[in-house]
Design a protein around this ligand. Structure first.
Ligand code: UDP
Length: 329
């Protein structure tokens, strides 16, 4: 009998790569998504498989899944600052109500649940690099607050279900991750810079570009999540690549890689944009024997190949097709 796993946010960037991973490992995958920011294109290659099914559902509403479930991976949420600005209330709801519904489902099915948390819970960190013990420095009412606080609540309610109901829970704190299937227009720095370079536009650096990020290639992230799910550790674990770079150096790197003639231009730094971010991954190394294997030159090559394969229309699409329809809800 195949193990059965429910993956939420399955048509999104990380969710779709997780579907691929669990299919490859022989699981029966139930993929769930409301398709606000996800795209069926990311998982359509799986539809023909017997051990894959798709459910078009918004997890902030009651969730019904027939049959048994061994595992749940909760990866449904908008995950970029531009998305939070466009759909702030859905962002809050999916992290709070959606997580509550999934924890209830996990309890009902006696399933182990892994929740996707984020380095955003550290806010604009005053501790560097960030260890799991750090409590964070978050502005509750800023534009990122809807995401950061939903994710912080998500961790709290997950630990409450673990402690009060004895539910088997896992929490991964995901640091900036990139790779094929990122949405070109989601505003994140990697698709933004690559899209601009491929369209022949200047690359827009926010602020002076001295802020840092540490980028993890998606296959490394997926391996980390997989190992954490199968571990017996219920406290949060950072998964990310500690190799840190300034946004300005990164823009120069993309200009070199794409061979574009374009330059960089500077725009105002968005409010509460963290100045630096780097995961301390000692815990993941010790606990899971995990560390990233793909360096940025290899990861960027694979990512660039993907973006180059998009159609001209996709490359020029400025907004996500389904946003408008959901904004008023
Ligand atoms: N950024 C930028 N130009 C862009 C998009 C983003 O300079 O077109 C900056 C952004 O201000 C931030 C960094 O790149 O400092 C990473 O942004 P992203 O939205 O990818 O992720 P996050 O801020 O959540 O780490």
């Amino acid at each position: 009998m195949r193990k059965r796993i429910l993956i939420t946010g399955a048509a999104g960037f990380l969710g779709s790569h997780l579907c691929d991973k669990f299919i490859k490992e022989g699981y029966h995958v139930i993929a769930m998504d409301n398709l606000i920011t996800g795209d069926l294109k990311n998982i359509e290659h799986l539809f023909k498989l017997e051990n894959f099914e798709f459910s078009h559902h918004d997890i902030t509403k009651f969730i019904h899944v027939p049959g048994e479930l061994d595992y749940i991976l909760h990866f449904a949420s908008p995950a970029s600052p531009i998305d939070y600005l466009k759909i702030p209330i859905q962002t809050l709801k999916v992290g709070s109500l959606g997580t509550h519904n999934l924890l209830g489902l996990a309890k009902e099915k006696n399933a182990r649940i892994l929740i996707a948390s984020t380095s955003e819970i550290y806010g604009d960190p005053l501790v560097h690099p960030q260890t799991e013990e750090y409590f964070g420095n978050v502005n509750t009412i800023g534009p990122r607050g809807v995401y950061d606080e939903a994710k912080r609540f998500q961790e709290s309610i997950t630990m409450a279900y673990h402690r009060f109901h004895g539910l088997e829970t896992r929490i991964v704190r995901i640091f900036n991750t990139y790779g094929p299937r990122m949405r070109l227009n989601d505003g994140r720095v990697i698709p933004a810079f690559i899209g601009q370079a491929l369209r022949g536009e200047d690359l827009t650096i926010f602020g002076d570009g001295m802020q840092t990020r540490s980028f993890c290639y998606v296959s490394d992230q997926v391996d980390g999540v997989y190992k954490l799910l199968l571990s017996d550790y219920s406290l949060p674990v950072n998964i990310g690549n500690p190799y840190e770079i300034t946004i300005k150096d990164f823009a120069d790197e993309i200009i070199r890689l794409t061979g574009t003639e374009q330059k960089v231009t500077y725009k105002e730094l968005p409010q509460d944009d963290p100045l630096q971010r780097q995961p301390d991954i000692s815990l993941a190394k010790e606990l899971l024997g995990w560390e990233p294997k793909i360096d940025r030159s290899e990861g960027m090559k694979l990512t660039l190949d993907y973006f180059k394969s998009l159609t001209k229309e996709e490359l020029h699409q400025k907004d996500h097709k389904d946003f408008k329809k959901h904004i008023l809800k």
